[in-house]
Unconditional design. Structure first.
Length: 312
């Protein structure tokens, strides 16, 4: 019981420490471990990706091998190093690991960089800012489309970059947070349905879906608590299931339902128009709604931290 108490206490302290570090320091600007990991992932891809003329099965098998070699050794080695260190450093090092795996302040800063010029009707600057966080073509977006794109990104990345790492940290400790962040990074690098990644990136995309499944449902409930709860859950269940991502759809639909705006619709990806389902209910969003989306993620973080402190 003493061990469980110490572990629980260190977990709560690590979480609070990570959140404070993240809000205080933000994302490291000069160096980040994910930069090194990105180089390692590129090496794994060059080593294991086969010709597109190879069978889809072989491409997928090589993608599984590349994913495994990119993610698992890094997560295991870092966890082993943490395990070998003195126990009194456990909470501090846990906080540092979690700090490097969450992106709460970074998400806020990106959103503010869009919202400020959007409030000032400086659409050129706003388009450039939103282009840094979405993969769609932003060159011709109007005010409503900029607000939509940025709100979708904030709501989705609130789950991916903030709540999911915290969830896996609570479940598996530093190993869980590292495993999730590296897997999520590989999905962002390899998880596109382009010819060269359709089969090779299959494992990266599916693993990210699996690791996000439970956290995304918890985020749906979290978003629903801060608005029209029944409506948000209705949108998540009936609208989110039609989205191309099984996790992003319910999360964004719940957020849109809570904030009473309509997201989704047509968007340009890699030069092609995609018809996407409508998410949420209400008018099209404006600049002020982006501010409300950031506030929604903030409230969710505070709620999770409070619940963890109370329960642990």
């Amino acid at each position: 019981m003493d061990f469980l108490f110490e572990f629980s206490s260190s977990t709560a302290l690590a979480l609070l420490g990570a959140l404070i570090l993240d809000r205080w320091l933000g994302e490291p600007q000069s160096w980040h471990p994910l930069i090194w990991f990105g180089n390692w992932a590129n090496y794994c891809r060059r080593t294991w990706q086969v010709s597109l003329s190879a069978s889809p099965v072989l491409q997928r098998l090589n993608g599984v091998m590349a994913w495994s070699l990119a993610v698992l050794p890094c997560a295991m080695v870092l966890t082993l190093i943490l395990w070998m260190l003195p126990s009194w450093l456990e909470w501090l090092l846990g906080a540092v690991v979690l700090y490097f795996t969450i992106g709460w302040q970074s998400l806020r800063e990106h959103a503010i960089a869009i919202a400020k010029p959007l409030h000032d009707q400086d659409l050129t600057t706003a388009r450039e800012a939103v282009g840094r966080i979405v993969s769609r073509d932003t060159s011709q977006l109007d005010e409503t489309q900029i607000a939509k794109a940025s709100m979708e990104s904030v709501l989705e990345n609130g789950s991916d970059a903030v709540f999911a790492p915290i969830f896996w940290f609570l479940v598996l400790g530093p190993f869980g947070a590292i495993l999730y962040r590296l897997s999520n990074t590989l999905d962002a690098m390899w998880g596109y349905k382009k010819p060269d990644l359709l089969h090779f990136g299959w494992c990266a995309a599916r693993m990210d879906d699996v690791l996000n499944f439970i956290p995304a449902r918890l985020v749906v409930l979290t978003y629903a608590l801060f608005g029209r709860g029944k409506r948000a859950l209705h949108c998540a269940w009936y609208q989110g299931r039609g989205w191309k991502s099984p996790n992003a759809g319910p999360v964004m639909a719940a957020g849109a339902g809570t904030l009473q705006v309509s997201l989704g619709g047509t968007a340009i990806y890699f030069g092609e128009a995609q018809q996407r389902p409508t998410l949420g209910e209400g008018p099209d969003p404006k600049a002020g709604d982006l501010d409300r989306a950031v506030e929604l993620v903030d409230k969710g973080v505070y709620l999770w931290a409070l619940l963890i402190l109370v329960l642990i």
